[in-house]
Design a protein around this ligand. Structure first.
Ligand code: CP
Ligand code: NVA
Length: 314
């Protein structure tokens, strides 16, 4: 049985195959309907808020022929002290798979350990791999000129710049995903926000050489970039640090002046939700280089492809 908890759970070759499936599902949406989840029920369990992930997985499971079962942790016995181990064992008796958004990454690992069904990471404090695959797919659509056979390889050799909270889950996913796919990553955030020991240990475990650099100079990071991205400065669970974070991250706002240092052809991406005026200016978010809504749409197609590959269907 396979799980998708991190970017390296699919080999490079499999990532290319997932992208090809996503492209074909996107193109055929509403016209042809492969139903690999026929008669299956998938639990979508959320410990945190969500708009995109919740709805795209719900629609995606339905479109693949399955039934999505929406679960909020605060409405379950989990919130009254029932263990993850027991919940995983019970839910495995009803469901064919679980998609989980949680705080500690260990919650996902415990579901894998105690359950008997595939588990998908829909964001943890550590990683957001469904987002990262979607971001790479969205770039591959543009950089491979529609040739799906090249969708994995045409990312290699490009430069991505990530600004702001360079220690958050989405940044960690870029660190791992870029090393996996051979992409140069320039991180720029305040001192102390360098990639932490957990993500460095993961790179080592996967036998990957880091492809990132870290600088506190945002201009240096963005120079010559093919894509510039950022994330909220205050991730879910970090609310107590809000005032301090808004203060120290100011120099890392992605705005028009900063975008001038990237390649003229560079795209701006953001996993959303955005806070215009904080991590990105409204001008850049709404500007011609921004592809954030294509990116958001692609969550649906890429997640359908991930689910299909996980259960061995293409
Ligand atoms: N980007 C993303 O995961 O969005 P949601 O938090 O709305 O799911
Ligand atoms: N880093 C953000 C991503 C939201 C999709 C968070 O964890 O809140």
């Amino acid at each position: 049985m396979r799980h998708f908890l991190k970017e390296t759970d699919f080999t490079r070759e499999e990532v290319a195959a997932v992208f090809a499936t996503a492209a074909s599902l996107k193109q055929g949406r509403g016209r042809f309907t492969p139903v690999p989840l026929d008669r299956q029920s998938w639990g979508l369990l959320f410990f945190k808020k969500s708009t995109r992930t919740r709805v795209s997985f719900q629609v995606g499971v339905h479109e693949l022929g399955g039934q999505p079962v929406m679960l909020s942790a605060d409405e379950m016995q989990l919130s009254r002290g029932e263990s993850v181990a027991d919940s995983a064992r019970v839910l495995s008796r009803y469901l064919h798979g679980m998609v989980i958004r949680c705080y500690s990454h260990e919650t996902l690992e415990d579901f894998v350990k105690h359950g008997t069904m595939p588990v998908v990471n829909a964001l943890s404090d550590f990683l957001h791999p469904c987002q990262l695959y979607t971001d790479f797919f969205t770039l591959a659509e543009r950089w491979c000129e529609g040739d799906t056979s090249k969708m994995g390889s045409c990312l290699r050799g490009r430069k991505i710049a990530f600004l702001g909270d360079t220690a958050c889950n989405v940044a960690n996913s870029f660190v791992l995903g870029c090393a996996h796919m051979g992409i140069e990553l320039a991180l720029s955030g305040p001192k102390g926000f360098e990639p932490g020991p957990e993500i460095l240990a993961q790179l080592k475990k996967d036998g990957l050489k880091p492809t990132y650099t870290f600088t506190s100079d945002p201009v240096e990071a963005v120079r010559g970039a093919d894509m510039v991205t950022t994330d909220v400065w205050v991730s879910m669970g970090m609310e107590a640090e809000k005032a301090e974070r808004l203060r120290i991250m100011q120099p890392y706002q992605v705005n028009a002046a900063l975008m001038k240092h990237a390649k003229p052809s560079a795209y701006f991406m953001h996993c959303l939700p955005a806070h215009p005026g904080e991590e990105v200016s409204l001008e850049v978010l709404e500007g011609p280089q921004s592809i954030v809504f294509d990116q958001a749409e692609n969550r649906l197609h890429v997640q359908k492809a991930i689910l299909s590959h996980l259960i061995g269907a293409r």
